[in-house]
Design a binder for this molecule. Structure first.
Ligand code: SF4
Length: 347
């Protein structure tokens, strides 16, 4: 009796990992999915917060893909370990603060540890040579194999034909002939293969699978690091960077202003950890203050909060200020005008 071989598949929620997994299932391999939660994932988070996005489906695409394929999905929290990848990437960053090559090495290394612990035979990914400028190039493919420690237990079914044979192919666990030789940024071969496999619904391919590829997000993260004088972060920091308008009127503090009801509610969840303020005379956003603020700074923050309220044209707006470990204070302030808010304050 032949042994059924077992593979773990890195499931991002996109089409490529879905196709790679399906190709292995079709060859009789037992596949389970693995998805790493870094804190920077785009999946569902901001859509789930914003009220205006309520109509959009809130599905977690990784879970959804696993369900479509009928495989088990392991979601692994790597928030703490991943910090070193973001803070000290050996191979540097992409066009923003995305350390894609280090990230891929890290994820495959974690998957390799996982297969050793769970007695699985190999790892598959949906990588395609030439698909991404930083991590999916012909010269980076062996780097990921080597630095992850997975070596030839890493199989990329979608571009296997243009890469050296791997252990699962050599051993005949999978039939190399039935794998693919996709190459380049084009999506046509993947779309055609999806149709051939009967897959009609899938997440649209995006520029990247996490917020680190986003220029605005990266600039807020970089501001956070420079204002604190150290390149560190906690999970709440990186979650808050996804939400609201961020303005830094002074080097020692910034404010986060909810842009709509869903964001205001989300920010309210942080009110015990932050000095916060909001208008009581006019409808307005929840505003969190991050940093140290003296009396002048608090006055400025209150005038900003008034500016983003519906009382922005009023002569005076009443702001309720909740300083951490202090009594609640009411301030009557004149809203700042647009001219009084330099563009540089916006992060
Ligand atoms: S986009 Fe983000 S999650 Fe995807 S490889 Fe790059 S750093 Fe990693």
């Amino acid at each position: 009796m032949t042994t059924q071989r077992k593979a773990v598949s890195l499931i991002s929620g996109g089409l490529d990992s879905m196709l790679a997994t399906k190709a292995m299932l079709d060859q009789g391999i037992h596949v389970e999915g693995i998805n790493f939660f870094t804190g920077f994932c785009v999946e569902g988070h901001t859509h789930a917060i914003r009220k205006k996005d309520k109509a959009k489906p809130k599905r977690n695409n990784a879970l959804w893909v696993a369900e479509q394929l009928g495989i088990k999905l392991h979601i692994v929290d790597v928030i703490d370990e991943y910090k070193d990848v973001v803070i000290n990437p050996k191979h540097g960053y992409g066009s923003n603060l995305n350390p894609c090559l280090d990230c891929k090495c890290f994820m495959v290394r974690k998957a390799h540890e996982w297969i050793e612990e769970h007695d699985f035979d190999f790892i598959i990914t949906g990588e395609v040579v030439g698909q991404r400028p930083m991590s999916q190039r012909r010269d980076t493919m062996p780097v990921i194999q080597r630095e992850s420690g997975a070596e030839d237990r890493l199989l990329r079914p979608l571009c296997a034909h243009i890469l050296p044979e791997t252990l699962p192919e050599r051993e005949g666990w999978v039939d190399r002939e039935k794998l693919y030789g996709f190459n380049g940024r084009g999506r046509k071969p993947q779309i055609a293969l999806a149709a051939e496999m009967g897959i009609s619904d899938f997440a649209q391919p995006a520029g990247g699978c996490c917020f680190l590829t986003d220029a605005a997000y990266s600039s807020k993260l970089s501001d956070l690091w420079s204002s604190r004088g150290s390149r560190e972060y906690e999970i709440d920091d990186i979650m808050l960077l996804k939400v609201g308008r961020h303005l830094r009127p002074r080097p020692h503090f910034k404010i986060i202003v909810g842009r709509e009801e869903g964001e205001n509610k989300f920010l309210e969840g942080y009110r015990k950890q932050f000095t916060h303020l909001y208008s009581t005379s006019h409808p307005g956003p929840m505003v969190l203050l991050d940093g140290e603020a003296n009396a002048d700074d608090l006055q400025l923050a209150a005038r900003l909060a008034a500016r983003f309220s519906q009382g922005k044209s009023a002569d005076s707006v009443t702001i309720e200020l909740h300083e951490k470990d202090a009594d609640v204070v009411e301030l009557d302030v004149v809203p700042l005008t647009t001219d009084e808010i330099p563009v540089e304050w916006y992060l």
